[in-house]
Design a binder for this molecule. Structure first.
Ligand SMILES: C[S@@+](CC[C@H](N)C(=O)[O-])C[C@H]1O[C@@H](n2cnc3c(N)ncnc32)[C@H](O)[C@@H]1O
Length: 402
């Protein structure tokens, strides 16, 4: 694989929602990385600029790609300042570069993440002023060099965020408004479901169409990052030709999907949004958007049904939704025979109400909400056997499965 012009190879980190680490690792292996190691909410691998560009353009389930800079003790502000001062920032900054520091995790010796971020910002500014006689400017909105501080107990990691806007921001869906599924989570769910475009797919409660659009991108083998830019394009060592080569390489594998991808919703405004978003994503021809009630489920024999039904966040919602989940479970049982259904459910009560026994349960986080991705094998004619007494917990799958 290509590396930097100087042949430098760094520790790179693909961050992701907890529960998707193995999916991201498999994606990295498919992109040519033999050694990718799963951590908690992240996968580490090695490479230079070329590998970093490739990961940004091609990873579907990762949130960001970071270039690791330093790791060390940070029991308090003095130690963190010392750690941040030891990084040769003058080698990664240009004199005109702007920066911002974002802190995440939990450090024992800090009263707030913001305070820890401020300590790192001061260390960077002081080091560069002592070398160059001037401090770099901070730009919180669109920094050239987004510095990422991660605190765990009494230790800290410092990294440069090469993605900038999170990779979930593919550019096909307006931001803001009611929170739909993150694009990276939708892609991760599809990859966990083993979806590769060789089977028909239905999302019966499609909302803004994220699952169907991500399915179309997978089926078309279209890289998710082709239509957006990355913070590393503003780095002093950016090589535009190398990034363009990665984009060309990614486009070379594209093909038209072979099986239908259907996004349905009962709300006509959702159907209009699905059509708009699919057109912006360049997959309008691959996604059929229809207005239909999920209880009128259309059969998808040998296909997959993937959706995140409404969870109900307000008091009283759950009671109201319990009946709907029960009826949807019945629709899956009576109308979905022959398909495999994958449902992301954010409430255990509602999961039970489906009344079918999941063959797999995977813990995933949808933002702060701990969810279960449930798999139901809808065998034709196995109604009685597949009916669970209050939702079973059987599974023969690996550790992520609970
Ligand atoms: C949690 S949202 C789905 C979000 C979607 N995955 C996205 O990324 O935008 C649930 C969707 O289910 C739809 N819905 C609720 N009840 C339905 C029903 N009975 N039939 C079809 N759609 C329904 C709602 O209109 C809403 O768009």
């Amino acid at each position: 694989m290509p590396s930097t012009a100087t042949g430098e190879r760094w520790e790179l980190i693909a961050t992701c929602t907890r529960g998707l680490e193995e999916v991201v690792r498999d994606e990295l292996v498919a992109l040519g990385h033999d050694e990718a190691t799963c951590g908690r909410g992240m996968v580490t691998f090695r490479g230079g600029l070329g590998e970093m560009y490739r990961a940004n353009v091609g990873l579907r389930a990762a949130m960001r790609v970071l270039r690791h800079l330093a790791r060390g003790p940070a029991a308090g502000p003095e130690e963190l300042y010392e750690l941040a001062s030891s990084v040769p920032w003058e080698a990664v900054f240009a004199r005109s570069s702007t920066f911002a520091v974002t802190a995440a995790g939990r450090g024992r010796g800090f009263r707030s993440e913001a305070f820890a971020a401020l300590t790192v910002k001061d260390a960077i500014a002081d080091r560069l002023r002592s070398r160059w006689g001037e401090r770099p400017d901070v730009d919180r909105r669109r920094p050239d060099l987004p510095v990422h501080l991660h605190l765990v107990g009494e230790r800290a990691d410092l990294a440069l965020d090469s993605s900038g806007e999170p990779l979930s921001h593919r550019g096909y869906r307006p931001r803001g408004g009611p929170a739909p599924l993150a694009e990276t989570l939708a892609a991760g769910i599809l990859l966990l479901a083993g979806y590769d475009g060789s089977q028909p797919l239905l999302d019966p409660m499609a909302g803004t169409g994220t699952i169907a659009i991500e399915a179309a991108l997978i089926a078309a083998r279209r890289a998710p990052g082709l239509r957006r830019g990355f913070a590393c394009e503003r780095w002093p060592d950016h090589q535009p030709a190398l990034l363009e080569a990665e984009r060309v390489r990614a486009r070379a594998g594209e093909r038209a999907p072979r099986c239908p991808i259907v996004a349905a919703d009962r709300d006509p405004r959702a159907v209009a949004a699905i059509r708009r978003n699919a057109a912006t994503a360049g997959v309008a021809g691959f996604v059929e958007a229809i207005q239909r009630d999920a209880l009128e489920l259309e059969a998808v024999p040998s296909g997959v049904i993937v959706c995140n039904p409404p969870y109900g966040v307000r008091l009283g919602d759950v009671a109201e939704l319990t009946g709907f989940y029960r009826r949807f479970g019945d629709a899956l049982k009576h109308r979905g025979a022959g398909a495999t259904a994958w449902l992301l459910v954010g409430n255990p009560e509602l999961a039970k109400a489906i009344g079918l026994r999941p063959s797999r349960r995977i813990v995933l986080f949808n933002g702060p909400i701990e969810c279960r991705l449930l798999r139901f094998d809808l065998y034709p004619g196995s109604t009685k056997e597949s009916r669970a007494e209050g939702g079973g917990e059987e599974s023969s799958d690996p550790p992520r499965t609970v």
